[in-house]
Design a protein around this ligand. Structure first.
Ligand code: 2DT
Ligand code: MG
Length: 208
């Protein structure tokens, strides 16, 4: 049986990366093969351009960098598909939802932003770690990267809310790390069990 394609989304400081790693550990402890992936993947050619842009070492047009983020996902699709088909569950830190939320928060048209990612592999589960901007700031200042500013983060959060549909599962990220972990696990456990017999085939159907 193929692995599950799980995506964690949320604003900066919502605990996504920590929770992704915890979830991989927990899946492995329960006997599932699981791996962590993240977007942007800064190690590829497109990823290096994105990394330089995020570190504010280079400037790029907003549209151009949006397309690079999308290309950074497209170039990973064969590997993601093969990994899932080999039975490994993937826990993915950010996906196309971050792509649209950030670029549209900068002022690009939301519908335009969705187009380059139309037809990516659809995740089985999207967990949104929900944290207010005030709570995010209480966790210590943002870092030095391009988007790590309160004003933009507030807009990003509003854009995420526009993308949220009934397939998203929202977890209150203001809880303790252990409580968040439990919340995520109950969602993933349900996805793992209901799909044992009838896990639908992987579809390149995002936003179609
Ligand atoms: P990390 O802090 O998680 O490395 O993200 N971003 C991310 C976009 O603007 N578009 C995208 O498609 C993706 C995946 C979010 C680095 C920053 O890049 C933003 C924060
Ligand atoms: Mg960051």
């Amino acid at each position: 049986m193929r692995g599950l394609f799980i995506v964690l989304e949320g604003c900066d400081r919502s605990g996504k990366s920590t929770q992704c790693h915890q979830l991989v550990k927990q899946l492995q402890a329960k006997g599932y093969s699981a791996q962590y992936r993240n977007f942007p993947n800064r190690t590829t050619q497109t990823g290096k351009m994105i990394d330089s842009y995020l570190r504010q070492a280079t400037e790029l047009d907003d549209h151009a960098v949006h397309l690079l983020f999308s290309a950074n996902r497209w170039e990973a699709m064969n590997s993601i598909k093969d990994t899932l088909e080999s039975g490994i569950t993937l826990v993915v830190d950010r996906y196309a939802f971050s792509g649209v939320a950030f670029s549209s928060a900068k002022g690009l048209d939301l519908n335009w932003c969705k187009q380059p990612d139309v037809g990516l592999l659809s995740p089985d589960v999207v967990v949104f770690l929900d944290l207010s901007i005030d709570e995010a700031e209480k966790r210590g200042g943002y870092g030095e990267e391009r988007y790590e500013r309160r004003e933009l983060q507030t807009k990003v959060r509003n854009q995420f809310m526009k993308l949220k549909d009934d397939t998203w599962k929202v977890v209150n990220a203001a809880q303790s790390a252990e409580q968040v972990e439990k919340g995520i696990w109950s969602i993933v456990e349900a996805a793992l069990s209901t799909s044992t017999n009838q896990r639908k085939s992987l579809l390149y159907s995002l936003w179609k």
